[in-house]
Design a protein around this ligand. Structure first.
Ligand code: SF4
Ligand code: SF4
Length: 301
């Protein structure tokens, strides 16, 4: 079975201080850090044992994981397993990248978000160059706020053409065509992010071949559908109960507005666009061919 797993353990702390983020400069207690490490090690052991499946993993911690040695180790260990197709993490790239040396670079990938008000430009760009020089696959990206536009243009100009720079539509922000145009110049796939995708009643691979797993191994379809409804619990990873509950489902939410969610909606065709890098957001083709919103299958909703 092909299974993609979005893993999020107890960790909920970050070294950055983004104004809109609940994890900004938050510190975890030593107990939480111990629990996070133990949960992650349990998860890695579980993935290691699933040799009959083909597994892809995206770590999506609340806060920043790569400042913790156990996330670096988990990525290296998982990347070296033959049955792991891709293992990636969302990161602010604040940490040094030397830990990647031991990893299998065919399956390791990083999703790197640039926060212009948190890190000097040269430092973020330098880390991107370190990754590229070491052969580590990664995407870089930025939130499409007006005050980020110059930094995004500069980064696009300074990154090699074969490094994808994605732009996320800012939450709660709508873009006129004129406002969207400069972002689409930077990221030809910005039209995919520009509008939330209508999803209620639409097919989604979440809950069938994609799952969200927490530190206790509890399995849900995705990070977004609320877990208050007990029928939303799919099962548990560690007792195997999740497996018999995997099945085709339709989305119960009005819309899905995050790449790590809507990328799994078959109607959008994004598994083709991001073949080989669905979880790390690395397109199959770089530079990404310039295409209109219509050509990408996306229309205003
Ligand atoms: S880098 Fe990410 S997790 Fe950290 S404060 Fe900023 S938005 Fe939050
Ligand atoms: S469309 Fe988005 S919110 Fe709906 S099930 Fe899929 S990932 Fe979850």
């Amino acid at each position: 079975m092909d299974l993609s797993i979005l893993y999020r353990g107890p960790l909920a702390s970050c070294d950055y201080d983004c104004g809109y983020c609940p994890f900004a400069k938050r510190r975890d207690s030593p107990e939480t850090l111990r629990a996070d490490r133990a949960a992650l090690e349990r998860f890695v052991a579980w993935v290691s044992a699933q040799t009959d499946d083909r597994i892809s993993v995206l770590f999506t911690p609340w806060g920043e994981g790569l400042t913790r040695s156990w996330y670096q180790r988990a990525l290296v260990v998982l990347s070296r397993l033959d049955h792991v197709a891709e293992v990636a993490i969302q990161t602010n790239l604040s940490s040094r990248t030397a830990w990647t040396v031991g990893a299998d670079l065919d399956s390791l990938a990083l999703w790197c978000t640039y926060h212009p008000d948190q890190v000097p430009y040269e430092r973020f760009l330098g880390r991107c160059h370190e990754l590229r020089d070491s052969g580590v696959r990664f995407s870089a990206g930025i939130v499409g706020l007006p005050e980020h536009l110059e930094a995004a243009r500069r980064l696009r100009a300074d990154l090699p053409d074969d490094v994808y720079l994605w732009v996320n539509a800012a939450e709660g922000h709508s873009y006129t065509d004129d406002e969207a145009a400069p972002w689409t110049e930077i990221d030809p796939l910005f039209p995919v992010s520009r509008f939330p995708h209508s999803s209620r009643g639409h097919a989604c691979r979440a809950g069938e071949s994609v799952i969200s797993v927490d530190g206790d191994g509890e399995v849900y379809r995705c990070h977004f559908v609320p877990r208050t409804d007990p029928t939303e619990r799919i099962g548990n990873l560690y007792n195997g109960s999740y497996r018999r509950a995997l099945r085709a489902r339709v989305c119960p939410l009005t819309q899905c507005d995050c790449h790590i969610g809507y990328v799994h909606m078959p109607e959008l065709g994004l598994y083709e666009t991001f073949a080989g890098g669905v979880l790390s957001r690395i397109p199959a083709e770089t530079p990404v061919p310039v295409r209109s919103a219509e050509a990408a299958g996306i229309r205003p909703r």
